[in-house]
Design a protein around this ligand. Sequence first.
Ligand code: PLP
Length: 398
Amino acid sequence: MIKKPVYLDYHSTTPVDPQVLKLMIKYFTEDYGNPGSRTHEYGIRAEQAVEKARGEISKYINAQSSKEIIFLSGATEANNLVLFGIATKFGAEGKNHIITSSIEHKSILDTTEELKKRGMTVTYLNPNNEGLINLDELERSITPKTCLISIMHANNEIGVLNPIEEIGRIAQKNTIFFHCDASQSLGKVAIDVQKAGISLLSLSAHKIYGPKGIGALYVRQKNPRVVLNPIIYGGGQERGLRSGTLAAPLIVAFGEAVKMACTSMNKETEKLRKLRDYFLAGLRKHHKDLLVNGTMASRLPNNLNISFRGIDSEALMLLLREDLALSNGSACTSTTWKSSYVLEAMGYDEERCKGALRLSVGRYTSKEEIDFAIERIAKTVSRLRELSPIQKSLSLVR
Ligand SMILES: *Cc1c(COP(=O)(O)O)cnc(C)c1O
């Protein structure tokens, strides 16, 4: 028996793994001390657990020290801390230029727009029609005023992976800090902050079967040391970069989720890739004209982003609501119906953007669920085309 609606939106969030939840509960009800209270056993136990999680996370991204991990509320906050923290540190000295891409997560794009109002200048690199930025253009955009390059690892809509080692080399050659948002790639693609020359790395727990409301920022301490201003002031926790009582249960859970995802990464990604490819092949069998958005050559193993010509994905999602949990892109913008800014930046026409469907499989997706999804999507696309003479003629023209 399949539980409906079948969840195919693992890029927006994931359920908490039972093993992660079990560990987390202990730090809510038994070892509930404040990790900053080192005067008693409760605090010490919580602190030890937090430090263990910090160690796990730093190990998996190959940080030089666990002190380089700063816990905060999620990748949105991490991205804000990076952009505001660097801008307020270097902007005043005249280093007021930031380079990013036009298909970053909203927590980057809305923040850089705010920074522009505050005197920063921002270059947005546009991707090509495969979703990849041009490295020559990146290099050409660098000026003596550039203080930061912020480019994501995996895109949250199309799953396309940027060549972070090459971006890191360009940043290092020009002695510019390189920030990378790795919320989507953590646990799916190996991340080595040394190899990729990363200065700052944003991570989120709820994309990898951890709880919502916790994330981390890696802040390089050596070769070269990254200096940035905090955006939250208070008790001076997290090297002064993020004041506030540490959310020990969430941090412990985050550490466990990272450990689980990273130790079983090869096996899990192979399973996801197989399911994803099976999904695509199945849909193609029914609708040969389906378009894949973004390159398949450099992509998260669990991501599909497709368009059906002449089909509005909003209509498709509404008709499938009881059967499938789907998305057209970024969860953060899906309350207001707008076609994807990511696909628009890739130069796709309106019809293709409006038809985009983001399908993501995860740890708990079964083959039966994919068979069901293929059948439901394929039938509904056919039905929509039959219903609408305009849509039918559109699909026939193509
Ligand atoms: C989910 C996501 C974020 C936001 O993370 P939160 O922890 O929910 O704040 C940022 N960037 C990318 C690429 C994401 O996928």
